[in-house]
Design a binder for this molecule. Structure first.
Ligand code: 5AD
Ligand code: SF4
Length: 464
């Protein structure tokens, strides 16, 4: 991950040390990496581009899909060489493995890669400074993969790195109690927990004060949010987004990732009533077959998902949908797969992520009968992705000729170009000044590229 520009915070006067964080996986890992950097800043650590210049390297890992542990061990092999080369030049390097692979395979990591100094799970990164101190003192490695009783968020510094470009992530909820048959998250991230409303508002207030226009609220089950409010009541996500927009002044709000079962009437109404809520929703369905949905323990049918989409589109007619799909879950037949294809045709997605089922150790589906052969999964994935690609292209093509608000998040690839995001999360490029980066402006969309759109600035500042 490239280092992010820092907002000046309390200077510690400590000697500057290089910190290189490598981030794999989901947006929550991106957020976690940024917060680990924040936690280490008082110790004098500053982000550097390359591991060769780093006094500390953190590999923040993802366990969700295939060969996660093998990828970690191969990356660790590379980092070991960096560490050894630096040692020869007289520099010590602290090597840490964080994230979900660390949580799931901590002991194995220390056994197979004894040159690793620290292993920490996602719930303990607020303890990093103490772990670094222990690693410096101790002869052996430090491992912290429990689920501590204290909330890590209570121990994080209030100041955080604010990315340039006006968009930021904010974790409001973590963990999951849904136990889908295929998924490791309930085991690696622990039980579902929501941050209190005031903590979320305070973090958002700081982001807005530093120029952030768009906040993406993160959680493994973000629409199950139920944080304790300042009034003692439990707030759902719809109430939280209303307060973020009206009370804090967040211009654009997104949230990810959601479960269909937690999409309640308040949240659907929020898509009708709250202009700050962007008209793009990632709502994973995984399969279009009731048999497979039941085997996955998803807790809803394909028709319930279709009905939900109908209600959402009645509330917000221009809502663009995105989803996750898994092909080849144990027991999936050709007919089940065809039902997934039909659901995709019926709903129409602006974007989607699709995966071949991969058995994750310790999950119920990994030991189930009816495992689908690899070549069958390959063929199904190809068909599914071709259909999703068609839909994505059609959705983007339909934006040509429209005027949309774009939040400019950075420079484009060509000189003089800047790029950003439409309300529907499409990448948009225009010729424009750098001064618009971090701002919202109105754009006429004139051109369709493979994965993005070309536009012309209208001269109007954007609405959101
Ligand atoms: N195999 C394939 N895909 C998976 N996902 C989660 N676990 C697995 C697995 N074992 C996918 C799901 C989920 C997304 C984040 O990753 O589609 O929604
Ligand atoms: Fe995993 Fe999402 Fe299912 Fe929770 S709801 S178990 S995070 S796929």
């Amino acid at each position: 991950m490239s280092p992010l520009p820092c907002v000046p915070s309390a200077q510690s006067g400590k000697q500057a040390r290089g910190l290189h964080v490598i981030t794999w996986g989901c947006q929550m890992n991106v957020y976690d990496s940024a917060r680990m950097t924040d936690v280490l800043r008082p110790l004098g650590y500053r982000a550097v581009d390359a591991p060769d210049n780093a006094d500390m390297i953190i590999l923040n890992t993802c366990h969700i899909r295939d060969r996660a542990a093998e990828k970690v061990f191969s990356e660790l092999g590379r980092l070991r060489l960096v560490k050894e080369a630096r040692a020869q030049a007289g520099h010590k390097t602290v090597l840490a493995v964080a994230g979900c692979v660390a949580q799931a395979e901590g002991r194995e990591i220390l056994a197979r890669a004894p040159y690793v100094d620290i292993v920490l799970g996602p719930q303990t990164y607020h303890r990093l400074p103490e772990m670094v101190a222990r690693a410096a003192r101790a002869a052996g490695a430090v491992i912290e993969t429990d689920f501590p009783v204290e909330q890590k968020f209570d121990f994080l510094p209030p100041e955080r790195e604010v990315p340039a470009g006006g968009a930021a992530f904010l974790t409001i909820q973590e963990g999951c109690d849904k136990f889908c048959s295929f998924c490791v998250v309930p085991y690696t991230r622990g039980a579902e927990a929501s941050r209190p409303v005031n903590a979320v508002l305070e973090e958002a207030r700081r982001l807005v004060a530093h120029g952030v226009k768009e906040i993406t609220l993160l959680g493994q089950n973000v629409n199950a949010y139920h944080g304790e409010g300042p009034d003692g009541a439990i707030w759902g996500l719809a109430r939280l987004t209303a307060e973020l927009a009206d009370g804090i002044g967040v211009a654009r709000i997104r949230y990810t990732t959601s479960h269909p079962r937690d999409m309640d009437a308040d949240l659907i109404a929020a898509h009708r009533d709250q202009r700050a809520l962007m008209p793009f929703l990632h709502l994973p369905v995984q399969s279009g077959s009731d048999r497979v949905l039941a085997a996955m323990n998803r807790g809803h049918t394909a028709q319930e998902y279709r009905d939900l989409v109908t209600r959402l589109r009645a509330a917000r007619p221009d809502l663009a949908l995105s989803s996750d799909f898994i092909v080849g879950h144990p027991g999936e037949t050709e007919d089940d797969f065809e039902q997934t294809m039909q659901l995709i045709r019926d709903v129409g997605f602006a974007q989607a992520y699709s995966f071949k089922y991969s058995p994750r150790p310790g999950t119920p589906a990994s030991g189930a009968g009816g495992q689908v052969p690899e070549e069958v999964k390959d063929a199904r994935l190809q068909k599914l992705q071709a259909l999703l690609r068609e839909q994505q292209d059609a959705f983007n093509a339909a934006t040509v000729g429209r005027r949309v608000s774009v939040l400019f998040t950075g420079r484009g690839r060509k000189p003089g170009q800047i790029s950003g995001k439409s309300p529907y999360l499409q990448a948009v490029h225009v010729d424009g000044p750098d001064s618009l980066i971090g701002q919202v402006a109105e754009v006429d969309i004139v051109k369709l590229y493979t994965n993005s759109l070309g536009g012309v600035l209208t001269g109007e500042t954007g609405k959101a």
